[in-house]
Structure formats: C-alpha cells, structure tokens
Design a protein around this ligand. Structure first.
Ligand code: FEO
Length: 397
C-alpha cells in the first residue's frame, strides 16, 4: 500500500509498493520486493495516466487515483504490455469509460491478445508524436527491445521527466520516492539490468541509451523502483554494463556430488587468486540465480563446474547454464571443469548450451573420478591460460 506522492506540480506517483513479492515471472528472485510505478499527470485540459500496476494491486492504484479526486482520465499511456504494468488497465477502463489507451502498434497487438482490451479503446501513436494535455505535453519515443518489442518511453516535455517503463528500473520496495542513496540502489539496479536487460545489451540497450542522452532529462521515472533525480548516475552505470569492457574476474558456478568437482573448483580458485585474478564461486545448489546473473554482468570469464550424472552434466548445472546462455553476458572466455565416472559428453553438452555467448572456449579440465596429479597440473594450466588471455585483454584497452 502507498499513498499518491507529488513528483512535481500536478505530476503524481500513484503506483503500488510490493513489499512481499519474492519471485517474478516464476523465475527471477526479488530479495528486496519491487514496486509497480504508475504516474498521473494533470494537465490544464486533460489528465493522463502512464502505465498501471500489477493486477494483484488493482485496488491500490484505484484508491490512489481516488485520493487525488480524479473523476476523469482522458488518456492511459501504455508504455509496455507486460501484465505488471498493464494488468490493471481493464479495471481503469471500466472506471473511466471515456479514457483512450495511447500506445504503439506492437503494444496494441499485445494488449488485445494478453488483456482482451477492445481494439476501439486503443489509439496508436507514432514514434516522436506529441499529445497536449493543455499546459503539459507528452512525447512518445519508441524504445523496442528494452525488453519487449513493444517497449516505449514517454517524455513529459515541460517537466523534463522521462518515463522509461522497465528500462533503467530496479526491483526495490522502498518508501523513498526518489533515489536517496546511490549505494543502496546500486545492487538492485545491477541485478535488474542482469536479469531483465542484459540479453538485449547489444544493440538495443546501447541504442536506447544513446537516444536518452540526446534528450534534456532531469528525472528518470521507471516503472519499478525509485525515481532518479540524478539521471547521470544510472545512465553512466548502464553505459559501463552495456559496453564491451570486462573486469579481471572469473565466475565459477558449480555443482558437486561427491567432492571431486568441488576439489577442482577449490584448487582452481586458489590458482586464480595466486595469479591476481578476482574469483566469485557459486554453489548452484545454494545460490540465488540473481546473484549469479549480477556476477556475470562484467566478469571476463566463466568456468562452469559440473560432474556427469546419468550420462549428462548434472541437471542442477544445466538449468543455470541455460539461463546464462539466455542472459548473454559480455563474457569473453568460457571453460569447464568437472569429473565423470565412466563416460558421457560433458564438454560437448555444456559447450553447446553456451552457444549464445560470443566467448572463446578455453581447453577444459575433466577428471576421471577424483582429481589426480595430472588433473591438478591441468588446472594450473587452465589458470595460466586464463591469466594470459586476461593480460592480453587488459593490454588491448
Ligand atoms: Fe516490469 Fe516487462 O515488465
């Protein structure tokens, strides 16, 4: 629950804070909850609502609009059709039957199919088109693929506020309307980038950042998390995350059944630390996958640790590997360590599952059973190979 909050004169946050949600899309952990931000703009002639809220919080949005004494909404701007922003749209249209939905053609199609909104309720706006509310003007900016094909920004020209929907957002339930502490927002923002935006890093995130840099923006109001009244903070972070630059760091997500792979992971970790390389190790049976996603945003190398089980890599390694492949981090190098009892296609399978990554596959180390002297030597060799590549990479930049 939350009350409406004034952002600037006649511009209000009317969304909902979701303190309790712990999973999004039945996949993404939300350790800090989230918010569904909806914004209401009272122009001298017309009233617009930008996005709605998750259907589980229908009543909060409707109550907030009521608190402002609003008896008419002329336009509902749909920046994106995913249900956490559009799910309350049918209820809003029921309560305000004269309201028109303004959106782009892709979003219109999705709203009709996902929410059964009648065609006649929706008006399509063009990229760059402006709509006057009297003393306030909205400009629509198509922003496809951050993170769906339908995504769009809305710019409130007079107040220099850019409503970016999911882009630049953060899953953080907070009573702060604005970002008050950059250190507090850093991790939720990075986690959000990793889980939602990273698959679209190039070219879509990069292109949309360029687009925003050309606009005179004083505030960035996304649809999740607090508002940035210092847009450069989040824009600079995104520019780095979306760039090709990586850190001298190795991420090791692993599974071990009887300790062989774990022993190899520990040995390799020590080898890498001794060579001056940062390491983050994730036991996949104990890891929040959001932490893993965040870790791979800017690391140079991923080494997967997995044993064979039932003629395949361990299933608890396969899921996260598929996810890493889908998230498409900018990782430059990938390798594999693990052990097997009697055979199987460990290397080929894991390598195949990481085919989306534009990364060099470094010769893996696979032990038969518990690692022996020659396997430890091979792990030293792998650490040397990684060091060599990281040094070359640093030299190039
Ligand atoms: Fe926050 Fe794509 O929905």
């Amino acid at each position: 629950m939350a009350l409406p909050r004034e952002i600037t004169e006649n511009v209000y946050w009317v969304g909902a804070i979701d303190w309790n949600s712990r999973l999004f899309d039945a996949l993404i952990p939300l350790p800090n909850g989230t918010s569904y931000n909806s914004y209401l703009i009272k122009g001298s002639e017309k009233v617009a609502l930008i996005d709605t809220v998750d259907p589980t919080m229908n009543d909060v949005l409707i109550k907030n609009i009521g608190e402002l004494g609003i008896d008419r909404i002329d336009y509902v701007i749909a920046n994106h059709a995913e249900q956490d922003h559009s799910g309350t749209l049918p209820r809003v249209l029921e309560l305000f039957p004269d309201a028109k939905v303004l959106t782009n053609p892709k979003c219109k199609d999705l709203l009709i199919n996902l929410l059964l909104i009648p065609d006649k309720k929706i008006e399509v706006v063009k990229d760059g088109e402006e709509v006057s509310l009297g003393d306030k003007t909205l400009r629509f900016i198509y922003a496809p693929w951050v993170h769906w094909p339908d995504t769009m920004f809305t710019y409130l020209i007079e107040d220099k506020i850019l409503f970016t929907c999911d882009f630049l957002g953060s899953h953080l339930a907070t009573s702060d309307l604005f970002v008050e502490d950059n250190d507090r927002i850093y991790e939720p923002a990075k986690r959000y980038y990793a889980e939602i935006m990273m698959p679209f890093r190039t070219p879509h995130v990069q292109k949309n950042l360029e687009k925003i840099r050309k606009i005179d923006v004083e505030m960035i109001a996304a649809s999740h998390g607090p508002i940035y009244n210092d847009p450069s903070y989040i824009l600079d972070l995104y520019e780095y995350w979306a760039s090709d630059d990586v850190e001298n760091e190795v991420i090791i997500p692993y599974i071990s059944m009887h300790g062989s792979t774990e022993t190899m992971v520990r040995y390799l970790t020590d080898c890498l630390i001794n060579r001056g390389i940062s390491v983050k190790v994730f036991n996949l049976n104990k890891t929040d996958i959001g932490d893993l996603a965040m870790a791979v945003v800017d690391a140079a190398t991923i080494v997967v640790g997995a044993p064979m089980t039932l003629a395949n890599p361990h299933p608890n390694a396969i899921g996260p590997v598929i996810l890493l492949n889908a998230l498409r981090p900018k990782t430059k190098f990938v390798s594999l360590i693990g052990s097997y009892g009697w055979g199987g296609r460990l290397v080929e399978t894991v390598k195949g599952l990481l085919s989306n990554l534009n990364a060099e596959f470094i010769e893996p180390v696979v032990a038969k059973g518990y690692p022996k002297e020659e396997d430890f030597k091979e792990l030293d060799r792998l650490a040397d190979d990684i060091l060599k590549r990281h040094k070359e990479m640093i030299k190039k930049h």
